[in-house]
Design a binder for this molecule. Structure first.
Ligand code: NDP
Length: 278
């Protein structure tokens, strides 16, 4: 699996595993656990979860999937903005650690901006890092102005990742957010890289490219999402078969013709667009 480097030198895979809406009975627990294990076996060793997902059910499912192999996995969870006070962040992290049955997260993210001043949340994240409960921290759903504000608070420049909505239909961050982050070595985690609801994967251009390469449309969407050097993606898949298709996205290279066809169908931004979020 291709890797990216975080600011501190740590390598992470170009493709990880999303887990929103897992552990909630959409598929059998056995099938979902098998899907995550298949992904880890295929090198998609970064697992993204959050206290919000199924009110902890996703974290509990992840604990089951990574049992016995904690050192192979780069574990990411997130604190809700409503919990992101100084004490609330620490408490939320400790609860996540319990559900994940581990004593340290590799990365802890502020899920989106809420009412708590950034300085207060950063203080709590710094404390968690000092205590060794998290190895590093980042943010999610931050546009350029939010990132600039983050850099201005004490300790804010320790942020290593911004997790944002990015896929063929949502290319806005290419205009200004990605260049801003590239300059500072902040890695992007692309969420909903398959378009979240499946409609993107039906697009005829995506299907044609997929057919030419002998892969699934999902692999094409993921090859696109991870083509930039500072961007990795976290597709969610509830079955081992889907995970196996997705893993191919990291190995696949889009040709000049493929890129031109994608740009024609999903034009890159020519001006600033406010960051969208799901
Ligand atoms: P995705 O873009 O990953 O799409 C998930 C959907 O695609 C599911 O319905 C899944 O179905 C389907 N799918 C997966 N693989 C294939 C395949 N090979 N062929 C056809 N369909 C496929 O959407 P998400 O919104 O889940 O985003 C991914 C992850 O990003 C989340 O799970 C979460 O971890 C994170 N996230 C973070 C947010 C934030 O605010 N920070 C917001 C949204 C997401 P099936 O399950 O049946 O395989």
């Amino acid at each position: 699996m291709r890797t990216l480097r975080l600011k501190d030198g740590t390598a992470i895979p170009a493709l990880g595993l999303g887990t929103w809406m897992m552990g909630e009975g959409r598929r059998s627990r056995r099938e979902e656990v098998a899907a995550l294990k298949t992904g880890i076996d295929a090198g998609m060793t970064l697992v993204d979860t959050a206290e919000m997902y199924g009110s902890g059910a996703s974290e509990e499912l992840v604990a089951e999937a990574i049992a016995g192999r904690p050192d192979e996995v780069f574990l990411v969870s997130k604190v809700l903005p409503s919990n992101a006070s100084r004490r609330g962040t620490v408490r939320a992290c400790e609860e996540s650690l319990k559900r994940l049955r581990t004593d340290r997260l590799d990365l802890y993210l502020l899920h989106w901006r809420g009412g708590v001043p950034l300085a207060e949340t950063v203080e709590a994240l710094s404390l968690l890092a000092e205590e060794g409960k998290i190895a590093r921290w980042g943010v999610s759903n931050f546009d350029v102005d939010d990132m600039e504000e983050l850099m201005s608070v004490p300790g804010g420049n320790a942020c290593v990742v911004n997790q944002v909505l990015y896929n063929l239909e949502e290319r806005g961050p290419e205009f200004d957010l990605f260049p801003w982050q590239d300059e500072r070595g902040i890695v992007t985690m692309a969420y909903s890289p398959l378009g979240h609801d499946g409609a993107l994967l039906e697009h005829p251009v995506l299907r044609q490219i997929a057919e030419r390469h002998g892969v699934s449309p999902a692999a094409v969407a993921l090859a696109f999402a991870t083509a930039r050097p500072g961007v990795m993606a976290i597709p969610k898949a509830g079955s081992a078969a889907h995970v196996e298709e997705n893993a191919k996205g990291a190995a696949m290279e889009l040709s000049g013709d493929d890129r031109a066809a994608l740009d024609a169908a999903f034009p890159p931004p020519s001006r600033k667009r406010p960051l969208s979020m799901i």
